[in-house]
Design a protein around this ligand. Structure first.
Ligand SMILES: C[S@@+](CC[C@H](N)C(=O)[O-])C[C@H]1O[C@@H](n2cnc3c(N)ncnc32)[C@H](O)[C@@H]1O
Length: 263
C-alpha cells in the first residue's frame, strides 16, 4: 500500500486533514516522547511536518530535528511551512536513508508505519539510527472509524470494489498484540502500546467528503465520477452517519495505537 499525494493533495492534506485528523494527535505524540533542549530527533514519514515543527520548537536552536519522507510534494509543503525553523528535510524511503548509525535520541513517526512496504526493515532502521538510551514512538490508526466505514461502503457502491479495497486498506492496521510483537522483534525494550481515543469533528458529509476524497490517493477515481454519482456517494455517507450529525458537524469517535520502544 502506498500513500502518494500529488498536485494539490499536500495542500488539502495540510489545510484540511491535519487540523481535523492528524494534527489532533500530534501534540500527544510529541508530549509522550518529550524531546529535550539540544536532543536530536528524526521524524519519519513527516509528511507536511506537523510533528516535525512541534519537535523543533521543543529542542530549540541547540537541538537537531530532521524530517524524512519519500514524497517530494509533501516535503516541499513541509519546507514552506517550516519557514524560519532550522529543520533538515530528507527525501528518502524509510529503509534507505543512508544516515549514520546511532544518530538520534528520539525517533517518531505519525501515521507512517502502516504505509511502509517493509515494516520489519523500517523498525530495524529505527533501531539502527537510535542512539543507545534513545526512545522511539510511532502512531497508527486503530482500525476503522464510523466515518471511514461509511466512506468505504459508499466508494464500493459508487466507484468499485477494487478502489474500495484500496481505501479500506488505509485502516487495516495490526492489533495491539501484533504491534507489540513487531516492535519487540526489532530489538526494542520496555515496549508498550497505548490506545488514544478522541472525538473527531468534521464538517457535514456534503462539504467534507469531496475534500477528503480529493486529498486521498484515490482522488482520481472520485473526480472521474459524474456529478450525479459524486452526489449519490456523498448522500450515502450522510445517511450512514446521520446519527453522528450535531448541528453543522459530524462528531464521531476515532482512535490510534501508539507503539513505544527504547534502546
Ligand atoms: C498519512 S501521511 C502522515 C504524514 C505526517 N506524519 C502527519 O502526521 O501528518 C503518511 C506519510 O508517509 C509517507 N511515506 C509513505 N511511505 C513511506 C516510506 N516508505 N518512506 C518514507 N515515507 C513514507 C508518505 O509520503 C506520507 O507523507
Amino acid at each position: 500500500m502506498t500513500f502518494q499525494l500529488v498536485g494539490s493533495g499536500p495542500q488539502i492534506y495540510e489545510e484540511v486533514m491535519v487540523p481535523l485528523w492528524f494534527g489532533r494527535w500530534a501534540e500527544e505524540l510529541v508530549d509522550l516522547l518529550s524531546p529535550q533542549a539540544s536532543e536530536s530527533v528524526l521524524d519519519v514519514a513527516c509528511g507536511t511536518g506537523v510533528t516535525t515543527r512541534l519537535a523543533k520548537k521543543r529542542v530549540g536552536t541547540g537541538g537537531r530535528v530532521d524530517g524524512l519522507d519519500i514524497n517530494a510534494p509533501m516535503l516541499a509543503k513541509a519546507k514552506e511551512l517550516a519557514d524560519g525553523l532550522d529543520v533538515n528535510w530528507i527525501e528518502s524511503d524509510v529503509c534507505d536513508s543512508g544516515l549514520p548509525p546511532e544518530t538520534y535520541d528520539v525517533i517518531m513517526s505519525q501515521h507512517g508505519y502502516h504505509y511502509f512496504p517493509d515494516k520489519p526493515g523500517a523498525l530495524r532502521e529505527f533501531w539502527r539510527l537510535l542512539a543507545p538510551g534513545g526512545r522511539m514512538a510511532f502512531s497508527i490508526w486503530d482500525g476503522h472509524s464510523p466515518y471511514t466505514n461509511a466512506i468505504c461502503a459508499a466508494v464500493e457502491s459508487h466507484i468499485s470494489p477494487e478502489i474500495a479495497k484500496k481505501q479500506r486498506s488505509q485502516r487495516e492496521t495490526p492489533s495491539a498484540d501484533d504491534l507489540r510483537e513487531q516492535v519487540r522483534s526489532a530489538g526494542f525494550s520496555d515496549v508498550s502500546i497505548r490506545r488514544q481515543e478522541l472525538m473527531i469533528e468534521v464538517p457535514l458529509a456534503s462539504e467534507f467528503v469531496p475534500l477528503h476524497l480529493g486529498s486521498m490517493p484515490i482522488a482520481g477515481a472520485f473526480i472521474a465520477l459524474s456529478e450525479e454519482a459524486q452526489t449519490a456517494l456523498v448522500e450515502d455517507v450522510a445517511n450512514a452517519l446521520s446519527g453522528y450529525a450535531k448541528g453543522a458537524r459530524l462528531v464521531y469517535p476515532d482512535a490510534v495505537h501508539v507503539a513505544i520502544g527504547h534502546k
